[in-house]
Design a protein around this ligand. Sequence first.
Ligand code: NAP
Length: 253
Amino acid sequence: MPNILLLGGTTEASALARLLAERDVSATFSYAGRTENPRAQPVPIRIGGFGGVSGLAAYLRDHRVTHLVDATHPFAATMSAHAVEAARIAGVPHAALSRPAWRPEPSDDWRSVADIAGAVNALAVPPLRVMLALGRMHADAFAAQPHHHYLLRFVDAPSQPITLPNHSLVVDRGPFGIDGDIRLMRDRGIDLVVCKNAGGSGAQAKLAAARHLHLPVLMIDRPALPDRLEFHRPQDVLDWIDHAASFGNERGV
Ligand code: NAP
């Protein structure tokens, strides 16, 4: 009988958890524990890191996991690399459920940068009002460009003070709509949006809003991930669990 470990923290992971529960497939949903009130799931939840590759490999063996599904965020590169390696060590089939990257439309004004440091460097320009749509983890890095005003939007109120000298904060878990994001950007006089190329529909409204307002976007490219079996639809993961062999050669995004 299948017994799935689902590495979550994304909309796609929650969608797959729903399908697994509907099908009565034994599964455990794993959260890193970054948010205070993680979304409830219809399958059992565990919270917290595994203790690196060896910890995850031991978990897979100890809990008799038959399939490891990595549905973490495309920027959770450490977890995804650990998942590939731990699955190999434990001899457990592994697949990723991911979202295709966003692509600019002809009218979009996007500038790509490789990482957070690249985004910080790109802000060595005269003062702007910048919407930093990056989450709590990376906000402090922008203190290196303290002359801008930063609009932050976090899922939870921050527990530590934000080191950006000149900022305003919106605490909102979403979902975000295009009209609301247009209003927010217009009301706050935003000149530039900084975001990660997360892909998916959940966080896309800000891009449509920026397009509507003709605002430039500083887009942080995805980190490199190891080669792995990859699906974009939860149903395809279920099919793989049912018929792993018939999907054995499908690789890459
Ligand atoms: P990361 O840098 O790739 O992972 C750092 C460590 O956190 C991992 O080595 C692992 O600890 C632990 N970890 C990460 N995801 C986990 C999970 N689902 N279950 C158990 N442990 C996990 O990850 P991150 O970028 O901090 O992201 C953390 C979580 O937030 C992920 O679940 C991701 O899906 C979600 N998320 C991330 C972003 C983003 O922009 N990075 C955005 C939205 C949601 P051990 O080594 O101890 O196992």
